[in-house]
Write a protein that binds this ligand. Structure first.
Ligand code: GLC
Length: 472
C-alpha cells in the first residue's frame, strides 16, 4: 500500500509547530508496518534543504490564473529521515526561507497542491492513499474529484488529519480563478459562510478525517471556530487517533543534545546534572524545583496567562521554585515575560526564540512542565516531558486530557487542572510542589512517567487499519 503524506511542515526540513514533528515521524513508523509511506512538502530555503543532496525526479509548468509557474520535484537522495522525502520547488512562490507569514499564502498553497496533482497525474504511478495534513492542503480531496484536469485521480482515497481546527485557510471568492479549473456546479463544496474555506472543503470531500486525539474530536463537535455542525454532520467518517512521538529521537538515554544522558535507574542524578548546567547558564538556583514552559506564545497555548501564573507563584513561593520559559510569538507576551524576568532574575530564566537543542535540555533539566493551553488538539510537549521524567501540569482539555492522568487517580503521573481563569493552575503547581517535597513520592511519579509508552507503534497501526478499511 502506497501512502503519500502531504504537508507544509516536516521536521527537520521545516518546523513551526507539532505538525512538523508528526509528519516527520509517523511515516517512519508506518513503514515498519509494511506501508510504503512517503512525504511530499514544499521546497523552502532552509538549512536542511541546503545541506542535503537531492535528485530531480520531475518537472513541469502550469498556469495559476494567468501567471505561468514552473515546478521541479526533488527527492532526498538517501532517505535520511527513514522514508522517501519529496520537495516541490516553485520558483517565485515556494522557494523562500519561512513557512508562513507571506501575504500571498493562498497562492502559495494552491500552487503547491496544483503542482503536486500534475506530478501525480503525469509523472508517477498514483498512490493508494493521499493523506493531507491541515488546511494548507485541504483542497486536494475536492480537486481530485471536481477539477477537470485531475478527475482521473478521483479514485485515490483521501485521509485528512486535523492538527488544528482554529486555522481554516479562509480566502475570498476572488481567489477561485487561481484554482485549477473545476466543475463550477460544485462551488458549494468550497464555500463556508461566503468564503472559500479549505478546512471545510477537506472535511466535506475527504474519504475519512482524523483528529490528533479522541478528546479533540469530541470538542470539535461542540466548538470548531464555526465548523462544529460540519464536523458533526460528517462524523460517520471521523476518527480520533492520538499522536505518538519518535522515541528514537526523543530518548534521554541516547539524546546527543543534552549534557548528561540518563535512563530510569539513573534519572534522579542525570536530571540533576542537566539542571545544574542549565541553571548555571541562566544564573538560576539548581537547588529548587524547576518548572518550565516550552511553546508558542499564543492564546491557544494560554501563554497570555503565564505572567499572571508566574507572578502568583513567585510572590507566594519565592524560595521554593525556579521557572524557565522557552518560546516566541506574540510580542506583547514576549515583553511581559521579559519584564517578569527582570523582576525575578534569580528565579526565572527566559529564552525568546525557537531552539530545538535548548528544548531538549529544558525537558531533561526540568522537574515539571506547565501547559495551560486553551486549545490543545493533541500536544506533544507533555509526551516529550514524560519520556524525560518531567511531570506535566496541564489543563484537562483535548489531547492533554487523553494523555495525562492526574495523581489523584490510580496510577496517575501528572497534575490536571480545569480552568484557566481563577487560580487553578497555581493550585496544581502547589499540589506538585507538595509532592516534590517527599523524594520517594516524586520518584514514584517519575518512574511511572518514564515507563509509559507513547511511541508511534499503536497509533501507526490505527492509521493502517483506517487505510485498509478505505481501500477494501
Ligand atoms: C498542532 C496542535 C497540537 C498537536 C500538533 C500535532 O500543533 O496545536 O496540539 O500536537 O498539531 O498534531
Amino acid at each position: 500500500m502506497q501512502v503519500l503524506h502531504l504537508s507544509v511542515e516536516c521536521f527537520p526540513v521545516a518546523k513551526v509547530g507539532g505538525l512538523a514533528d508528526v509528519v516527520g515521524s509517523l511515516p517512519k513508523y508506518q513503514r515498519h508496518l509494511g506501508i510504503d509511506a512517503a512525504v511530499v512538502m514544499p521546497w523552502y530555503d532552509t538549512p536542511f534543504v541546503r545541506e542535503n543532496e537531492w535528485d530531480k525526479v520531475a518537472e513541469g509548468s502550469f498556469y495559476q490564473g494567468s501567471e505561468p509557474l514552473n515546478y521541479i520535484v526533488f527527492k532526498e537522495r538517501v532517505d535520511k529521515l527513514g522514508f522517501p522525502l519529496y520537495l516541490i520547488k516553485i520558483p517565485g512562490k515556494l522557494d523562500r526561507p519561512e513557512v508562513y507569514c507571506y501575504a500571498d499564502e493562498a497562492e502559495q498553497w494552491i500552487a503547491f497542491q496544483h503542482a503536486f496533482l500534475r506530478w501525480i497525474k503525469y509523472d508517477r504511478t498514483a498512490p493508494d492513499i493521499i493523506h493531507c495534513h491541515d488546511h494548507h492542503v485541504g483542497l486536494i480531496p475536492f480537486l481530485i474529484r471536481y477539477a477537470n484536469e485531475f478527475n482521473s485521480l478521483k479514485d485515490i482515497k483521501t485521509v485528512f488529519t486535523v492538527h488544528n481546527g482554529q486555522y481554516q485557510g479562509w480566502m475570498g471568492w476572488n481567489k477561485s480563478i487561481i484554482l485549477p479549473a473545476f466543475d463550477t456546479w460544485r462551488w458549494g463544496l468550497l464555500d463556508w459562510d461566503g468564503m472559500i474555506n479549505p478546512l471545510a472543503t477537506a472535511i466535506k470531500c475527504c474519504d475519512a478525517y482524523t483528529t490528533v486525539s479522541e478528546g479533540y474530536l469530541e470538542e470539535l463537535y461542540v466548538e470548531a471556530n464555526g465548523l462544529q455542525h460540519l464536523f458533526r454532520d460528517e462524523s460517520a467518517k471521523s476518527r480520533g487517533i492520538v499522536n505518538g512521538i519518535d522515541v528514537s529521537y526523543w530518548n534521554p538515554a541516547t539524546d546527543p543534545l543534552i549534557p548528561a544522558t540518563y535512563s530510569l535507574p539513573t534519572a534522579a542524578q542525570g536530571k540533576q546534572e542537566n539542571k545544574k548546567k542549565l541553571c548555571a547558564q541562566y544564573g538560576l538556583s539548581e537547588q529548587l524545583p524547576l518548572l518550565s514552559f516550552i511553546g508558542r506564545f499564543a492564546l491557544e497555548k494560554g501563554a497570555d496567562c503565564l505572567s499572571k501564573i508566574i507572578r502568583n507563584l513567585l510572590s507566594q513561593n519565592m524560595a521554593e521554585i525556579t521557572i524557565f520559559i522557552l518560546g516566541s510569538g506574540d510580542p506583547q507576551i514576549e515583553d511581559e515575560l521579559a519584564d517578569l524576568k527582570a523582576e525575578f532574575p534569580k528565579h526565572m530564566g527566559l529564552f525568546v526564540g525557537y531552539n530545538e537543542a535548548l528544548a531538549h535540555q529544558v525537558y531533561a533539566a526540568s522537574d515539571m512542565l506547565l501547559m495551560p493551553s486553551r486549545v490543545e488538539p493533541c500536544g506533544l510537549n507533555q509526551l516529550y516531558a514524560l519520556k524525560y521524567g518531567t511531570i506535566p501540569i496541564v489543563r484537562g482539555i483535548g489531547g492533554l486530557q487523553d494523555t495525562v492522568k492526574d495523581v489523584s487517580e490510580d496510577g496517575g503521573y501528572g497534575f490536571v487542572f480545569a480552568q484557566l481563569g481563577g487560580n487553578d493552575a497555581e493550585e496544581a503547581v502547589e499540589r506538585a510542589l507538595e509532592q516534590y517535597k517527599t523524594e520517594k513520592d516524586w520518584e514514584v511519579l517519575r518512574s511511572r512517567a518514564m515507563s509509559l509508552d507513547f511511541s508511534w507503534d499503536k497509533s501507526a497501526q490505527k492509521y493502517k487499519d483506517l487505510y485498509d478499511q478505505l481501500i477494501n
